[in-house]
Write a protein of this length. Structure first.
Lengths: 79, 402
């Protein structure tokens, strides 16, 4: 059973690059303002969610284990 | 109406912010007769234009081609062909394909592993000048750092760096709209031609002898066939080398001016090195390297109460948006602790600067080292002159002492 993820977007940082939307299209979607929004944290495998978070040029995506609260992205010191 | 409405007037080149402020308050979507297009100066409108790539195209070559005579189009066909494959001048779906291909190499976590090497280069460059007590910051430091970093990352051998930089500078003549140069398009094309001829054998070499560099990564994408054509590969090499040069230089120089002119902020950074991340964001906002970025309307539309016609040229004035009091408190103050700082110095939307994480890293390391090694650095008593361009905020020289 895949672990549940909590995904948060920092809207002061999100510029709508669209990288996450292209990387994990069933998790992220553009909202009306053309910024990213999470439509379904379970929409794509965890690997793709983390790839999307890594790919964000603005470090605007925060991912943690929803049950343990463990930070999965960004790595310590880089947020 | 505005008394002075010229982007290239001497006082506007020297300090564009009063002009930007007047536009933003008096006519925020403004038809500039001299330039022949719309100047968009409020944060909200700039963000709208840059997010909406369906209404506002970045395809600069499509726009340029319409302005050229058939003879000029023939003469400049090489330039048009390759520039039309530069990420910065393209729309989806081409832009999406190539950006996604290369994005991985420039993410914040990917470039973070370059930090020790960047720190070393900064240290070497500063050690060379430390005993002098003064330097011309641009040519002694700010030119070299980004050139060395992008050359090493891409895979350009050290002995070729200077030459490649010269060609890159030639190529940039069209991009930064040095409006007073009548043959800038031809010179730009010649620079590009040299770069293309330079990269051909390098690409050939990496095909046979792969290395741990970006050219090799791009060659491998090309070899998969469906990812990148040979022309696209060449175009991408040239845009990466080019984009890694001038803008970071200007970020460093403008940043140093801002910090030395706000002594309290310099001392705050000097005494609190951990503030370097927000400090660099604030330097980008306060006086970033790119004043404006180009778009054109793909359709009749409306913006800020004005009717924009299909084909109209537009400048999203980043430097004006970054000082918009509707978005930033005390926008004309330099505050290196400002958080959040949602500036648009790197642009916004799908064209957000690919190299932003690398530029940030270089600037962080540079200002960290400068504030620690030259805590008393000050501007020399010399006039400061900026290049006469619409897009770049670029000093010609910057003399400093310590």
């Amino acid at each position: 059973m895949a672990r549940r993820l909590r995904i948060a977007i920092d809207y002061d940082r999100c510029v709508g690059s669209g990288i996450c939307v292209l990387t994990a299209p069933h998790v992220f979607e553009f909202n009306d303002q053309r910024q990213s929004s999470v439509i379904d944290p379970t929409g794509d495998p965890e690997e793709l969610v983390l790839e999307a978070a890594h790919g964000c040029p603005q470090m605007a995506i925060f991912v943690e284990d929803a049950d343990t609260g463990e930070r999965l992205f960004p790595p310590p010191g880089l947020e | 109406m505005l008394v002075q409405d010229d982007l290239l007037a001497p006082e506007v080149v020297a300090d564009p912010y009063p002009y930007f402020a007047r536009l933003r308050e008096e006519d925020h979507v403004h038809w500039n007769q001299r330039w022949g297009g719309w100047l968009v100066t409020r944060y909200e409108d700039v963000v709208t234009v840059l997010r909406d790539y369906e209404r506002f195209s970045a395809d600069r070559m499509a726009s340029l081609v319409l302005e050229l005579t058939p003879e000029d189009r023939d003469r400049l066909s090489l330039l048009i062909n390759y520039f039309s494959k530069w990420l910065v001048f393209t729309d989806p779906p081409y832009h999406t394909r190539v950006r996604m291909l290369i994005n991985k190499a420039f993410t914040p976590t990917s470039v973070e592993r370059l930090r020790p090497r960047v720190r070393e280069i900064v240290d070497e460059l500063l050690s060379e000048v430390a005993h002098r007590g003064h330097m011309e910051f641009i040519h002694d430091f700010a030119f070299h750092l980004p050139v060395i970093v992008i050359s090493e990352y891409l895979g350009v051998p050290p002995e070729d760096r200077e030459q490649v930089k010269e060609w890159s500078d030639e190529t940039s003549r069209i991009f930064f709209i040095r409006a007073d140069e009548p043959d800038r398009r031809e010179r730009s094309q010649r620079g590009l031609q040299h770069l293309l001829e330079y990269f051909e054998p390098l690409i050939y070499d990496r095909r046979r002898h792969p290395k741990d560099d970006l050219i090799t990564a791009l060659v491998q994408a090309e070899e998969r066939g469906d990812l990148l054509s040979h022309e696209e590969l060449l175009a991408t090499c040239t845009v990466l080398i080019f984009a890694g040069h001038e803008t970071t230089t200007n970020l460093l120089a403008n940043g140093l001016v801002a910090l030395t002119e706000h002594r309290d902020q310099w001392e705050l950074l000097r005494d609190n090195p951990s503030l370097v991340r927000p400090a660099v964001e604030e330097l980008l906002r306060y006086d970033g390297p790119v004043k404006a970025t180009f778009r054109w309307a793909k359709t009749d539309t409306e913006l800020g109460g004005k009717t924009i016609r299909e084909g109209d040229r537009m400048l999203a004035v980043l430097g004006a948006a970054n000082r918009d009091p509707r978005k930033f408190q005390n926008p004309d103050d330099l505050d290196i602790t400002r958080t959040p700082n949602p500036h648009v110095a790197f642009g916004h939307g799908i064209h957000i600067c690919l190299g932003a994480p690398l530029a940030r890293l270089e600037a962080q390391e540079a200002f960290l080292a400068l504030s620690q090694r030259f805590p008393n650095i000050r501007l020399a008593d010399r006039p400061r002159e900026y290049h006469r361009t619409i897009v770049a905020r670029a000093l010609k020289e910057l003399w400093v002492e310590w």
